[in-house]
Design a protein around this ligand. Structure first.
Ligand code: NAD
Length: 234
């Protein structure tokens, strides 16, 4: 499970463990996270990402579920995007899950199957104002999910993605703070734009991830599951 220290990631870890799953957590810093194995590292290091599934398999004695949750957002138009922004966004949001999936699938196939859940975004298939690069990365992971879902179903490996709209996490809150808004006020205001009356909390997304990883989702392959409180985009 990547991005285990983040807002949505921490909730996924809690819910997976509550469901009885042994979890190996990966993030740059995994200090203090309650889990069954700790595999810290930087996903911009291709070797680390390539090796993660094998490391998790060895640490836990099995590999049935992979959750690619780590992500970062670059805000701004293409003309405001530096080479570093582009490389970091593509590196964490696309290259890393590609590497993790490429390494995990043969391990799962040898074991008779498994489930991969990618955390994409509702912006994955639609244009988003002033965060072009983020949208590109989420479109890429959505497409990868659909293609892998098709290619590996015959190995009993189900690949699906959850596509949230706004979620109350550090990613969203630091964005408000950087633009000079009080995060609590901004989150409350944003909630008024959602038909359900509030933006998502990490748990709202985590429970869908656990569902997609579970036997209850046994016939789902390559699905992009939008979790948006009734607020669709585009
Ligand atoms: P977050 O910033 O709280 O968590 C992201 C996690 O990814 C952090 O723990 C961070 O350390 C980790 N990470 C980033 N770069 C890394 C790297 N190079 N190596 C290792 N780990 C790295 O954000 P979040 O909102 O919890 O986001 C989780 C996922 O949900 C992301 O993929 C994000 O794109 C997606 N998402 C978030 C929202 C939202 O509104 N918050 C909406 C849609 C999708």
């Amino acid at each position: 499970m990547t991005g285990a220290a983040g807002g949505i990631g921490a909730a996924i870890v809690r819910h997976l463990r509550a469901a009885g799953v042994n979890v190996a957590v990966a993030d740059r810093d995994v200090t203090g996270i309650e889990a069954d194995a700790h595999l810290p590292g930087n996903l911009m290091d291709g070797t680390y990402a390539d090796d993660l599934p094998r490391a998790a398999f060895e640490a836990l004695g099995g590999l049935d579920i992979v959750v690619n949750n780590a992500g970062m957002i670059t805000r701004g138009k293409v003309t405001q995007t530096t080479d570093d922004d582009w490389n970091l966004s593509l590196g964490v949001n696309v290259d890393a899950p590609f590497r993790v999936c490429r390494a995990a699938i043969p391990i799962m196939a040898d074991r008779g199957g498994g489930a991969i859940v990618n955390v994409a975004s509702c912006w994955g298939a639609r244009p988003g104002r002033s965060h072009a690069v983020y949208c590109v990365t989420k479109a890429a992971i959505a497409s990868l999910t659909q293609c892998m879902g098709m290619d590996h179903a015959h190995q009993n490996i189900r690949v699906n993605a959850v596509c949230p709209n706004e979620v109350n996490t550090p990613m969203l809150r630091t964005g408000f703070a950087m633009r000079g808004f009080d995060p609590d006020t901004a989150v409350a205001e944003l909630g008024k734009t959602v038909p359900l009356g509030r933006i998502a909390e990490p748990e709202d997304i985590a429970e869908v991830v656990v569902f997609l990883a579970s036997h209850a989702a046994r016939y789902m392959c390559g699905s992009l599951v939008e979790v948006n409180g009734g607020k669709s985009v585009g």
